[in-house]
Design a protein around this ligand. Sequence first.
Ligand code: AMP
Ligand code: ZN
Length: 493
Amino acid sequence: MPLYQSQKLRIQNSLSGKKEDFTPLNEGYVGMYVCGPTVYSNVHLGNCRTFMSFDMIFRYLKHLGYKVRYVRNITDAGHLVDDAEDGEDKIAKKARLEKLEPMEVVQRYTVDFHNILSQFNFLPPSIEPTATGHIIEQIEIIKDILDKGLAYEVNGSVYFDVAKFNETHEYGKLSGRKLEDMIANTRELAAQDEKNSPQDFALWKRAEPQHIMRWPSPWGDGFPGWHLECTAMSTKYLGETFDIHGGGMDLKFPHHECEIAQAEASYGQSPVRFWMHANMLTMNGKKMAKSTGNNILPGEIFTGDNDILSKAFSPSVVRFFMMQAHYTSILDLSNDALLASEKGYRKLMESIDVLGTLNTGNTTDFDIASWRQKCYDAMNDDFNTPILIANLFDAVKHINLIKEGKESISEIDKANLMTSMRTFSFEVLGLENESASKNESGKLSGVVELLIQLRKEARENKDFATSDKIRDELSALGIQLKDGKEGTTFSVS
Ligand code: AMP
Ligand code: ZN
């Protein structure tokens, strides 16, 4: 029986504003879409927090036994500077400033994004589609919305008609805004503005002659509006209605509100059953953001090469720091907070190492089954990782008491506790035991050094068959030996 049948998950749904029982549309399968990065600059730690929250969510859904199709896109076109409706494309602007091809910019920062995420031990999504790879799908949706009379074309651009849509649907239901209030609070349109109303948004923009990112369409050369790509890619891979759509809180309006409007206009039904929004990482109390300069890059934290923190912090320490906050709470980055997380992370990892060495007795002074259920209860309650971590530290306390001989644990309970501690720490929270990997690489070095010594002795004895065998077999395993003046060294590829 899959775990999800006994562990009842509840999720905070931004659409209803309530925590709701989670049951997917198709039993056993979950479709989840998360808005990915706009690849025009290095991801900062704030971006990573949102993606890490959804990595943890993906991990727990998988742990519960769901088959999850997780789609996280790459925005490589259509996202304009300042998230505006007019102006330059973020990627085209970077390409112009750095004298690069737009796709060179995209490639550079996509590689950076993947590199940082793998250092943080993220699981790759099931599909990672790009906006530029789905221009045809986006054009089809625009044609459909035009046919339904909910969009209009002006000079080669197409805009979504929010007021018309709102006559039969509810624009603003995700963000809790009312169209009348939005209208009352906005200034008049500038004379040159093509839109009927400031609330309308672009589905397709005409490309001016200098705009290099352009595609042919029924309305002339242009490029898609930012909100449209997510509607096209989520529904293409997950269906017209799917289980979970996530992103940072700052995307709720207008991005996700517009996604709902586009999908309802085109498909006639609400696209998403559970909208999930991750809260912001702040620094000095202000949102971490590229545009304000109030940000730090993960690489600067891992190397310690920055003016903000007193020392370097490893990816697992930063991950532990993030997991100590609930994904819907604001989290502030500071040196003190990271130092405290480092202590906590080390204590947890040491305790898992110690657990393996404990002597066992006939009885257990600690109810492992109910402790384990408390860990599940925390995660089932809208992925409450801080409570899960508090429970893990409850186990740490018992492990210490057992080590000191003040409590006892049976052989079978020790094995169960080990499995649960490892499952929650590594599989669900995605931490890595850095001291264990250091131990592993220490052991590997010891073994290779021994083989280098044996090879040296074989050569001294003119037993070249053995010395060549050692070199060739190591090479086949990806370990290259290099003979130099100082002796033999090795590298692992
Ligand atoms: P972008 O590349 O600007 O489209 O942003 C990628 C993701 O990072 C979006 O889901 C944003 O909501 C999220 N994001 C941006 N700034 C922060 C922050 N300070 N804390 C958490 N998430 C953020
Ligand atoms: Zn999106």
